[in-house]
Design a binder for this molecule. Structure first.
Ligand code: 13P
Ligand code: SF4
Length: 363
């Protein structure tokens, strides 16, 4: 790591996790019958509007099940984008956060893309404003700009490459092997992990995920000592000392895959708590313990719970389908430039990781 860019404190002040948490998932308070009625109406509207629901693993489990039951998809951010592009539906409804809706629109400009909740943001996206990021890039023209998918369309438009957590390591390894120096944004922890694993020359933007940065290494080590046979699974947005304790580090899909494949019966999991729904489905006989977010002196604000993901809700989904609100619209110049760096990632994934990834275009 060569240098750091400081995120303005005023951006951090905009994030009131406690207030957001209070607004999250309201449909849980409805009766079972009311929720059933809601789901039936949503199912009907999805059909009538030729729409497909694509959900991230972190959203509420009922939304995940509804996506599965209606022919939609639940996955990590990379696969969500691929599915939205390849599915024949003319409308894609995204249950996740804003950058996921934007990514779907960037890849599928001719489709109508709706997001369940317009205010579902991401601290990484918020912490990397496009104008300040452009200045950072301008100051380092000798570097290849690699940005994490958790960014706005405008930041992606300024990048040479977009990566998700499932593909960050092989892309950085490839760039390092070809002698390129990297300008990395916005997640400093993922960047630090990639830098240590690849030895690449990386200049970092200093952003972080408010959820993953709360996992605590000391408390995790204590839990690990109580369960010596447990495997520790960690998302790479977590702090280095937490990653250090991991048996596997990976994206949300890779964490679920590890739970399925590893022989352990017990897992301690450092990522957002929505993931447990699919982990239990993938490995029903295994036991999953959330990694601790509070240790001595810690003040847990998010507690393994993404306040923006939990704004996605059945009632909001019904409202969006009924009104057509929350359509994602992106300036065409920005979209077209962002598409180039996104397609470069997808082409790389197809060539080096998953030949079944069929998203095509001009990389
Ligand atoms: P994945 O790409 O691993 O799904 O991560 C997205 C995310 O926002 C993690 O916090
Ligand atoms: Fe962003 Fe973190 Fe929420 Fe993922 S968990 S969407 S990185 S704030």
């Amino acid at each position: 790591m060569t240098a750091m860019q400081t995120v303005p404190e005023r951006l951090k002040e905009r994030i009131d996790v406690t207030a957001l948490r209070a607004r999250g998932v309201k449909h849980a308070s409805l009766s079972k019958r009311e929720r059933q009625g809601l789901k039936e109406r949503i199912r009907r509207m999805l059909e009538e509007q030729d729409a497909v629901l694509v959900a991230h693993y972190y959203v509420d489990s009922e939304l995940q099940d509804l996506a599965d039951d209606t022919g939609g998809f639940v996955s990590d951010s990379l696969e969500m984008a691929r599915f939205g592009y390849e599915h024949p539906a003319s409308t894609v409804v995204v249950a996740g956060v804003r950058f996921m809706g934007e990514t779907a629109k960037i890849l599928s400009p001719n489709k109508r893309v709706l997001v369940v909740e317009r205010e579902a943001e991401c601290s990484l996206d918020l912490g990397c404003p496009a104008d300040e990021f452009a200045k950072f890039c301008d100051a380092h023209p000798d570097r290849t700009v690699v940005v994490y998918a958790n960014t706005s369309a405008a930041v992606k438009a300024r990048a040479d490459w977009v990566v998700t957590s499932s593909i960050a390591l092989p892309v950085a390894k490839h760039l390092h092997a070809t002698g390129e120096k990297i300008l990395w944004a916005p997640d400093k922890y993922l960047g630090d992990y990639v830098q240590r694993m690849t030895g690449a020359d990386m200049l970092m933007w200093e952003g972080s995920c408010v959820v993953h940065e709360e996992f605590k290494a000391d408390a995790l080590a204590q839990v690990k000592s109580l369960y010596p046979n447990a495997a520790v699974l960690v998302h790479p947005e977590s702090p280095p000392a937490v990653i250090e304790l991991a048996d596997r580090v990976g994206s949300t899909s890779q964490i679920i895959q590890a739970a399925r494949e590893m022989n352990n019966e017990l897992f301690i999991v450092a990522t957002e708590d929505g993931i447990f729904h699919k982990m239990r489905e993938a490995a029903p006989r295994k036991v999953f313990i959330p990694a601790p977010t509070a240790g001595a002196g810690a003040s847990c604000k998010s507690c393994g719970h993404c306040p923006w993901m939990k704004l996605n809700d059945l009632s909001r989904l019904e409202h969006v389908l009924a009104t057509g609100e929350n359509e994602v619209l992106i300036d065409e110049d920005i979209r077209a430039r962002a598409e180039k760096s996104l397609r470069r990632m997808v082409a790389f994934a197809r060539e080096h990781i998953n030949p079944n990834m069929h998203v095509t275009g001009n990389a």
